[in-house]
Design a protein around this ligand. Sequence first.
Ligand SMILES: Nc1ncnc2c1ncn2[C@@H]1O[C@H](COP(=O)(O)OP(=O)(O)OP(=O)(O)O)[C@@H](O)[C@H]1O
Ligand SMILES: [Mg+2]
Length: 475
Amino acid sequence: MTKEPTSTIQRERVLVVDDDKAFRVATKTLLEDEGYGVVLATSGEEALSALRANNVDIMLSDLVMTKMTGIQLLEKVKAIHPHLMVIMVTGFGSISTAVEAMHLGATDYLTKPCNNTELLLKIRRALDAQQKDRELRQLREQLHATYSFGNMLSRSEKMKNVMQSIRQVADTDVTILIQGESGTGKELVARALHYNSNRSEKPFVAVNCSAIPENLLESELFGHEKGAFTGAMKQKAGKFEEGNGGTLFLDEIGDLAPTVQTKLLRVLQEKIFERVGGNTPIKVDTRIVAATNRNLEMMTRDGDFREDLFFRLNVFPIHLPPLRERLEDIPMLAEHFLTRHADLSGGRVKSISPLVITDMMNYNWRGNIRELENLMKRAIIKTTGETIMTIELPTNEHAPSTAKEPIAEVDLNTPYKDYISAIVRDAEEKYLTRMLRLYKGNINQIAKLMEIDRKTVYRKMAEYSIDPATFREAN
Ligand SMILES: Nc1ncnc2c1ncn2[C@@H]1O[C@H](COP(=O)(O)OP(=O)(O)OP(=O)(O)O)[C@@H](O)[C@H]1O
Ligand SMILES: [Mg+2]
């Protein structure tokens, strides 16, 4: 029965390379009957140009050809198209060459004279494997894109320095300690470190040290032998073994119980440990990234955290600044979450009023970026139009704004007019600086919002020796 050829776009293409005409013709008919597209080449050179001109999914090539041999062709093809599937066809008695071809990256081989069923089966199998490979690669790339730098936004100098550190240290094996308040992006950094390292194809294993009861954490991390304790029905590998070759992320390391601290110290020193209830030393190559929102140094002084462990962890510290110390990141992050959570309003809400952004920049963000994300989500849901006009910021947590700053002790010797004018000038300077920072030195926009003309804005800036250029994007 002849199969209906599938549409040209979907049809898989086979490149058949052989200097033997009879084989080419027979194979072409066989494959076309099966619904494949077929491209023919009579030599290695022809095959290479056919690959340039066509989208080919798999190559079927003879091993013994005049001029360029099948092996030479294979090497060239693999260098240019590393993911192309290649099946080598060999005459009887040259199995050793076929094996060499497999080492060079061929997918499979067939012996001549070919059995049609076998040929079709091997081609199908190779193409299915390729499809799986492609899907895996795509998934992996998606994962990479999610946790690579692309997803970690930074505009402030402070965050740019953090990104720079991540880049420098990602591809090394040194232990990293990420410190920062809750919600500052510690886990995001840990993942970025992993997915930008040469360990990225290996597992990223995360353990939240504060979420697991003390008596279970040790076996969770190091595994246990059968019968190590009641309930240990069989031997179990711990997270250290799971993360072998990859990265183990120890989150909330400040909450680690003293017994586990001791055992962790030993792994960091010797890269060796035993499962709970066992005495076989296990060696692993697991990179440690730890994170905490507590002040570990202070904890060591209070005796709550082993000092030697702290030093071992703190080989390369990364400090994530709280959001209130990088207010200039707020507009970009707000936009980012608006896009990310657009679905919450079915895509209706499209923008944020600059006044809302100004409010956000006056808030102290104790929950940092996570809090910003949550408040944005809530605002998107509550907004009825296209623009977010208000955002509910927990009022009691407002940072003291300029207006509420304690006013300097009144000096009655200063003439009243001078005193008031000094305060106004001070407030005006702060106001202008903040606007410039928020709108990145865009005078048009600032003038519009202040409802004064551009000239006046420029005059005032000159008066306070403010240079708008310093607020414009560096790049
Ligand atoms: N620089 C950034 N750009 C974009 N999103 C960010 C950034 N930093 C953090 N986020 C987002 O903010 C949220 C909180 O980040 P994350 O979970 O990494 O914080 P954390 O420091 O581990 O918090 P906690 O201490 O509460 O565990 C996540 O949704 C994360 O994607
Ligand atoms: Mg976290």
